[in-house]
Every structure is written in C-alpha cells, then in structure tokens.
Ligand binder design. Sequence first.
Ligand code: PGA
Ligand code: ZN
Length: 425
Amino acid sequence: RFTDLRACEILDSRGRPTLSVTAVHGSRSATATVPSGASTGRSEARERRDGDESRYGGAGVLGAADTVRTELRELLCSRSWPSLADLDAAMIALDGTDDRGRLGANAIVGVSMAAARMFAELQEVPLWSWLRVGDVEPRLPMPCFNVLNGGAHAHTGLDFQEFMIAPVAAATMADAVRAGAEVYAALRGLLAERGHSVGLGDEGGFAPEVTRPEDALHLLLRAIEDAGYPAGPDGIAIALDPAASQFRQPDGSYLLNGHRHSSTDLVQRYVQMVRDFPIWSIEDGLAEDDLSGWRELTAELGDRIQLVGDDNFVTNAARIARGAKLNVANAALIKLNQIGTVTETLDAVETCRQHGYAQMISHRSGETTDDFIADLAVGTGCGQLKAGAPARGERVAKYNRLLEIAAARPELPYGTTELSAARIG
Ligand code: PGA
Ligand code: ZN
C-alpha cells in the first residue's frame, strides 16, 4: 500500500514552475517531475496554474502541489491498488471534468508517473520492462534530434518549429546518439562560419535568423555532409515538425515566411520539399482543425513518408481512431501530459497499433531532467523518440538513459520498424 504522497513546486527548463511528485510505499519512494508544452493542442488535458500574477507571472503551481498533498494523497493511500489502470481511472473520476482542469492534468500525470515507477520498483524490474503494451517486444527507439528551432520555441522568424535529424542507418543506440551529436557540432560550425547566431531555442537546437524552411533544410544537409554522413536512407534523414497551427491565420490561410498559402499551396510546398530533401517524417504539417488539408496531405504523401498527428490527436485514443477512419496521418505523437495519465498514454499507443499507425514518443518544450519517456519508448517498443537536441541537460537526460539501457541490455533490438528506404527522399 502507498503510505504517502508528496509534491513541491520546482522549475522546468524554461524557468517556469512545474511539479515534483513523490509517491511513498513503506520504505521505498519514487519521484516524477512534470513537463509542459508551449505549442499545445487545444484539446490537451489542462494544466492547473495558480493565476496569481504576483508569483511567476501567474504560472505558479502551488495549488496543484497542494491538491497532490491532500485530495490525491487521500485517494492514493486510501486502499491498495491492484494496477496503475485502477489508480488512473480513480484519479480521472475524482477530477470529474473532461479536461482534468479541476485537480490539474499536471498534478494527475505527476502522480501517475510516480506511481508507475513505484509499481516497477515493487516488482524489481526496470521501468521500461514494466511499461509494456500487449505482447510487443521492448525495443530501443531511433532518436530524432531537434537541431534547428523555430516557431513558438525560438521566435526568430523561422515559422517551422522543429527541424530534426534522424540517423536512419545507425545500427545501434550508441551510433545513433553519436551521429546526432556529430551533426549538431558540424551545424554549430557551419552557422558560425556563415555569421549566424549559435544561440539556442527551447529544445536545445540552434535558432539562427533564417526564415525560409528550405534554407534551413539546406543548412541541415550541409551539416550532415560536413559531419561525414550521407544524407538520406543510407545515413541521416530529416524529420520536420512545422507545428502549422502556430502559423495559421484567422482566415484559414497559412503565413509562411511572409507569404500566404492555402492548405493546398502548403501541401504542394511539402510535396516539393520531400522531392528535394531526404525528409521521411512530417508532424503537424497542417493545423489541428484543418481536416480537409490533413486529408489532402495524407492522400499526397501518406504512402511515401510518415505523417505524424500531434495537436490534432493529443495522445487521445478516440481521436486517433477517428483520424484513422478519416485517413488523417499515419502516425501519432505520444506525450504523457497531453492526455494526462500513463494508462491512457499506453491506450493511445495500443490504438495506433490497431490502426497500423506508427508512434513517436515525445518530450515537451518545457522539460525537466526526468527520463521517464526514455523508458516509455523502450517499453512500448514504438521505435521512435524525439527529445530535442543532443545537448542541454534536460534533453540529454533522455538520450543518456537510452545509452545506459542499451549498455546494460545489449540483447534489446534497436531502431524503428517503420522505415523503408523507398519512403525517403
Ligand atoms: P510543445 O512542442 O511541447 O511546445 O507543445 C512540442 C511539439 O509540438 O511537438
Ligand atoms: Zn508537435
């Protein structure tokens, strides 16, 4: 039986308050810390913030911490829990809202993560081996490193939010991380040489004053080659998260490097980019409510590259199932705090599997050094993880955890099963 539940306000990687939650079970304790997004989907579970402008501009989480120590502590310690699913369902019922806004999605997800860690600890297995979905074998994920930041994560005039490199030909976790770090270093050199800033965005990628996405893609290609890797299926491919909801205009058009695009214009621009560059994955290419645009993109590119739904699916199993019915995307981004509990996150992964959708586990732009998602990616065997640049403590915490798991368990398979050379470039 759990014997105590503690919480306090700490800082995330942007210097904003977030929660640290510790679940106690007799002499054992397990802690989780909670991430927070900046370019959030409208239907995400709602974080609870104090709104007291005299502290942290209203972003404090003292109320949420208090709720963990009182209402949620009472629930957790009131009985023994046969499974995490029972506990998560009880927390959802106790909250009683559709968006988890009463107790706070940040409070609930922190308890769910800490409890998951405790369940694994009580069974004396690593967290990844406890976080399983059906009979899928654990697998080390291919990392997607976000090395150029724009959009809501950098405010430089580059509208696309994330330019990631995917070491698709790496044979091991260690080779993949090394490739990411070497390209990152080459990119820094290239930017410096061309007189660009080498300052960083929220996810640790560089944030140069480049506005056309194609110019950013050229820089990436050059950095990949400078680092000595072939660009494309035999080396390193590119994954994008334009996060298009962020540059959609009230009239439904998209404003991209100063030019208005209809949904069709934007889809055609992606088609051209996929022709010109070794792009194998595009996330949130259209805005979350642009259903016809999403369907057009899926019809154009869905059988050639991975199309990931993030803001539209919000890690919600029902939304993913509806998307599959409507031919929207062929993959889903998976974020714990977007839906609010570990159980529902695993449900979303399972739903993806049932519909033949790939899954990419993801960090948030506001992170902590918690490495839970590394274990989640391994345990679910999803094959892909995005956790930002191969730099900055809160980002490398995830990659380092993967390196440690790989070193301890050399028998684990590595890499995504979603790739085929035919689908890139
Ligand atoms: P966020 O961005 O964490 O700021 O929401 C991540 C993403 O859009 O994938
Ligand atoms: Zn996204």
